[in-house]
Design a protein around this ligand. Structure first.
Ligand SMILES: NC(=O)c1ccc[n+]([C@@H]2O[C@H](COP(=O)([O-])OP(=O)(O)OC[C@H]3O[C@@H](n4cnc5c(N)ncnc54)[C@H](OP(=O)(O)O)[C@@H]3O)[C@@H](O)[C@H]2O)c1
Length: 387
């Protein structure tokens, strides 16, 4: 069966892995639209190969540069070009497709992600920030419109696959695995001095800058706790985290009879991407050199919440509900941005996110506008407090 795909975030790490998956599974998978932020050259290169009907760039200047390329020809017919955040949402609405793969980084992905569900498309979601920010709205609308939200995040794909071994009511709890990041064995004193270059060196995964810093702070796992809550409709007390430095077991589901089912495999995002795109079927992947005998040992340890307060913040956010998750996500994004620009110390990321959460007055059942307002407010608060 042929599937038409819209790929948001085509120039990023997940986007490029998705292109590889589609390249191998053509013509079963077909890219009908591609979008990115400002990297028009990268988007053009992908468009040359995949010939989509539509392209989107958030940055209007980049979109202009792209249009100029098309005027030079020979493009018959030239793809439609959409621009701005609202333009990307329009691209999703107007382009006929079966599924949208959301791989924009950060809250910027929310409008187009929401447009996917609203326009009756299924969603393969890597962009966890969209779900953290507006999980209540996205999951409610997907249910009302009978659309699937399929996880691309490796941990959530593992949980999704493991859940197939039993009923939802039979789940005792789930365990999200975390590599622990590059500072797993650092003391607070050592962490006080780490640089962006050090934080960008992830031990097992090669990813975009924002998620790599989130992995170093364990904020990524905090976001994933919230993501799991929405995707699998589980209460916070049923969502646990365990540190597993080898990143071989991607996550586990513990059932009420004590049986624990997990998914394991090489740390390669193409596996969960492909599963989300071909679901409910599986397609062949070129064999890897993955060998449990070579890996030898799989180890596990509890997260250290004194050194990494991120997980505690995630549970607090779920307890507070409403606009708290929007504030949490936005404060973290703004803090990571400042850290990458060397304007904020690594440990200040934790403090500033907690301070901003503490200063926020939660709105209980927020509208989309409330969530965006909370997002804007949190970013300003972080900048103000960072000085
Ligand atoms: N990388 C992984 O292994 C991994 C694993 C699990 C989940 N995820 C999640 O997947 C998402 C993407 O991660 P990534 O590592 O692929 O990030 P990345 O390499 O930084 O790529 C981000 C993508 O988003 C686009 N983008 C950024 N701002 C945009 C905007 N305002 N409008 C439209 N497009 C915009 C970028 O376009 P430009 O190139 O033009 O800037 C790029 O295509 C994140 O939510 C992350 O948490 C990633």
């Amino acid at each position: 069966m042929k599937k038409k795909i819209i790929l948001l975030g085509a120039t990023g790490s997940i986007g490029q892995s998705t292109l590889e998956v589609v390249r191998r599974l053509r013509p079963e998978l077909e890219l009908v639209a591609l979008a990115a932020g400002s990297n028009w050259q990268g988007l053009l290169e992908a468009a040359r190969e995949f010939r989509p009907l539509a392209l989107g760039l958030c940055d209007p200047k980049a979109a202009e540069a792209l249009l100029k390329e098309f005027q030079r020809g020979p493009w018959e017919p030239a793809p439609r070009v959409y621009t701005g955040m609202a333009g990307l949402a329009k691209l999703v609405q107007e382009t006929p497709a079966d599924i949208v793969l959301g791989a924009i980084s950060g809250a910027a992905g929310l409008p187009a992600t929401l447009a996917a569900v609203e326009s009756g498309k299924h969603l393969a979601l890597a962009n966890k920030e969209a779900l953290v920010m507006a999980g209540s709205i996205l999951t409610r609308r997907a249910k009302e419109l009978d659309r699937q939200i399929l996880p691309v995040d490796s941990e959530h794909s593992a949980i999704f696959q493991s859940l197939q071994a039993g009923d939802h009511a039979e789940v005792r709890r789930i365990h999200l695995t975390a590599s622990g990041g590059p500072f797993r064995n650092y003391s607070r004193e050592q962490m006080a001095h780490v640089t962006p270059a050090q934080a960008l060196r992830h031990p097992t995964w090669k990813m975009g800058a924002k998620i790599t810093i989130d992995s170093a702070t364990l904020m990524n796992k905090a976001l994933e706790i919230i993501e799991a809550h929405w995707l699998f409709q589980l209460p916070p007390q049923k969502i646990k985290v365990v540190i597993h430095p080898q990143s071989v077991i991607h996550s586990l589901v513990e059932f009420v009879d004590g049986s624990t089912i997990c998914q394991l495999g090489p740390p390669d995002m193409k596996i969960p991407i492909q599963y989300a795109l071909t679901y409910p079927q599986r397609r062949e992947m070129p064999p890897s050199h993955f060998s449990l005998a070579d890996i030898g040992q799989l180890t596990f340890e509890p997260p250290d919440e004194a050194r990494f307060p991120s997980l505690r913040l995630a549970y607090r956010v779920l307890e507070d509900g409403g606009t708290a998750s929007s504030v949490f996500n936005a404060a973290n994004e703004a803090a990571v941005d400042l850290f990458l620009k060397e304007k904020l110390a690594f440990l200040r990321i934790f403090d500033i996110v907690e301070e901003v959460l503490g200063a926020h007055r939660v709105i209980g059942s927020p509208s989309l506008e409330d969530l965006f307002d909370a997002d804007r407010w949190a970013r300003e608060e972080v900048r103000r407090r960072a000085g």
